[in-house]
Design a protein around this ligand. Structure first.
Ligand SMILES: Nc1ncnc2c1ncn2[C@@H]1O[C@H](COP(=O)(O)OP(=O)(O)OP(=O)(O)O)[C@@H](O)[C@H]1O
Ligand SMILES: [Zn+2]
Length: 628
């Protein structure tokens, strides 16, 4: 039961929710039922069928409509007297500037990606509005409170980088199913259906192919005199047969590994001619569902198909793409919500897995791996939404000292499923919430301003509308209202080497980088360095003081709330690997055990100077969840 004070804080509050997905739907419902009267919601998405199993404000009839608007209508049905303002928009839109954020008493995040979370964090800092941040993955969840000057900001702690696999593991020596998925999705699918001009490591294998008489460049091109049947056959034989045979010729590679077996169409689809097995997909207008599976009568996505079934799905999906979706060829990239893409990738990954003696997987499992999906649990979202509201009420009552970051655990530790800990203090060297300068080691005689903008300012520092200056002199700026000659001037600066800019950047220079929308200003000290290790420092520059932790060995980032946020080629969720014991999430959730475990004793380690009180009843050995 809420006290009178709490009720009045709730009634007077104006709150902004960002994200109306898995957490957001629960949150809006709980806010409304708790008595909140003035709620604004930003969400850029429309409702998809795959949202309906856990986003209970949405129904089948809403598919395709704005999440923010439908969520509002659904809640107004049982709380008609409250005010809910929806924005079907990206929170990064310039309209949502610092002044917009200032009108709210608290911001509540129910997002699913690092980029948007960082952006909101910065706007909250600039506007001086507290942020309650959240994330869930499967049974795990967390809620954290960020109050400027009092607790750490969302970016005070390093966020782990997604894992990438060595190219040779993917192209030549896969040992896990996930390697086959990455190959099928990022190489084969991209090569056949994506942008032909993109670099693709499948080319390497094509060049190496000894037994193929084809010109390496043309292997994936359909030839003039070739029908779809012949083309599909040739691709199959090439990637699963010739390429494997060619790889086998390198004896060294297989000294300590199991040799793969080449698979040719004739070995698998022996009984009937292909045409008969798959029917004529190109001309069959009944393939209305555009699903290779349903065409072949394969019903259960949880079944593990045989090699033969996988081969038939491979052919059917490939032909369907070329015959029914030919307009998209050249522009496709893998999307976990594209059923045919998932069918194709599952089949191709399984055929490759069969070749390398790796256990085959069902379409359901393959989709999870390919889409970086951790299956969402509606109950976790509901628990987390409840915790967000509890923390929001404390924030609204100015009761920061009682705010907690709370972790929802998968297994109870000493009978507790929820673990509240005191929030960390701000990290004094956080470049976002403190004014600590960054240090950039760069070859100022070789690197161009464009390199710094792309590799540091936008990708690492996450700036949206950056402005770079040297003293009082502007070197670069982005914006809609710039004069033409300014734009031309900045464009020409981008192509200049740092030391040759009109206001030269050399060792010892301090540049200022700022984002006008986020109102974030960083100083970067420049240190000239001649050489960089191509493998370890592929950017050709190193930024110090920026808080991204290195990817954890064998383990990597996954998305939260069931969302796929993987933009990095070859990145997959580690938590789907067989020997998994650690999951690190973009949301900043980490479940910890074994080697990488951050024990409670570490959390309260005085050396960290970030010591916090931790509930005593939690066992040191119990798995815990900590915010990165
Ligand atoms: N930059 C952004 N601006 C506005 N809304 C965003 C932004 N980034 C993410 N979101 C929203 O955050 C919500 C996150 O919800 P959730 O994690 O449940 O993902 P989902 O997209 O609904 O589910 P799934 O990924 O499983 O299909 C989504 O509705 C998404 O549209
Ligand atoms: Zn910070």
């Amino acid at each position: 039961m809420a006290s009178g004070e709490q009720l009045s804080a709730i009634k007077d509050a104006k709150v902004l929710m960002v994200g109306a997905g898995g957490i957001g739907c629960e949150l809006l419902k709980t806010l409304a039922l708790s008595g909140f009267q003035d709620i604004h919601i930003i969400d850029m998405d429309t409702i998809e069928v795959s949202n309906l199993n856990r986003q209970f404000l949405f129904r089948q009839s809403h598919v395709g409509q704005s999440k923010a608007k439908v969520a509002r209508e659904a809640v107004l049905r049982f709380r008609p007297q409250i005010s809910i303002t929806p924005y079907h928009a990206n929170v990064k839109d310039p309209d949502f500037n610092v002044d917009f954020f200032k009108q709210f008493n608290v911001i509540l995040n129910g997002l699913d990606n690092l980029d948007a979370r960082r952006h909101v964090n910065r706007l909250c800092l600039a506007a001086g509005v507290p942020l309650v941040e959240s994330g869930t993955t499967g049974f795990l969840g967390q809620v954290t409170v960020h109050i400027k000057g009092q607790t750490e900001c969302y970016e005070c702690q390093p966020k782990p980088a997604p894992k990438t696999y060595p190219v040779c593991t993917i192209t030549s020596t896969p040992s896990k199913f996930v390697h086959c998925i990455v190959w099928a999705k990022d190489l084969l699918f991209a090569k056949l259906f994506g942008d032909k001009n993109q670099d693709n490591d499948l080319n390497v294998r094509s060049n190496d192919t000894a037994s193929s008489s084809d010109n390496s460049e043309d292997v994936f091109e359909c030839k003039k005199d070739e029908d779809m049947e012949q083309y599909a056959n040739r691709i199959y034989n090439h990637v699963f047969g010739h390429n494997i045979e060619s790889a086998l010729s390198n004896e060294e590679t297989w000294k300590n590994r199991n040799k793969p077996r080449p698979i040719y169409v004739k070995d698998v689809l022996t009984d009937e001619p292909l045409q008969q097995q798959n029917g004529n997909l190109e001309t069959d207008n009944n393939v209305s569902t555009l699903s290779a599976m349903s065409y072949l009568g394969l019903k259960n996505p949880q079944d593990i198909w045989s090699l033969k079934e996988n081969s038939r799905v491979f052919f059917a999906a490939l032909k369907l793409f070329f015959s029914k979706r030919h307009k998209e060829i050249g522009n496709l990239s893998f999307d976990k919500d594209d059923h045919m893409a998932v069918e194709f990738v599952t089949a191709a990954a399984n055929i490759r897995a069969a070749s390398f003696g790796i256990p085959l997987h069902s379409l359901f499992e393959a989709k999870g791996i390919a889409g970086n999906i951790v299956h969402a649990v509606a109950t976790t979202n509901a628990i987390i939404a409840g915790l967000i509201v509890i923390e929001a009420i404390k924030v609204l009552q100015n009761d920061a000292k009682n705010c907690r970051m709370t972790y929802c655990l998968e297994h109870p530790a000493r009978k507790m499923l929820l673990m509240p800990v005191e929030p960390f203090e701000p990290n004094k060297s956080c470049y976002v919430c403190s004014e600590t300068p960054l240090l950039l080691e760069v070859n100022t005689k070789r690197a161009k301003l464009r390199d710094v903008v792309e590799k540091v300012v936008t990708s690492k520092l996450g700036m949206n509308l950056p402005l770079i200056s040297h003293g009082l002199n502007l070197l670069y700026e982005v914006g809609d209202d710039l004069e033409e000659d300014m734009v031309a001037n900045y464009e020409s600066n981008l192509e200049k080497v740092l030391s040759e800019l009109p206001y030269a950047i050399t060792g010892g220079t301090v540049i200022t980088v700022e984002d006008l929308q986020q109102e974030l200003v960083c100083s970067i000290n420049i240190k000239h360095r001649e050489e960089f290790d191509e493998e370890k420092e592929p950017d050709g520059m190193v930024l110090h003081g920026w808080t991204q932790a290195p990817a954890v060995e064998k383990k990597d980032a996954a998305a939260t709330n069931g969302a796929s946020t993987s933009t990095t080629s070859n990145s997959v969720p580690n938590n789907l690997e067989d020997d998994d014991d650690l999951t690190i999430l973009e949301s900043g959730i980490e479940t910890i055990s074994s080697g990488k475990k951050r024990k409670l004793s570490d959390v309260s380690n005085p050396e960290e100077k970030r010591a916090k009180k931790v509930p005593e009843q939690i066992d040191d050995d119990g798995d815990v969840v900590v915010m990165l």
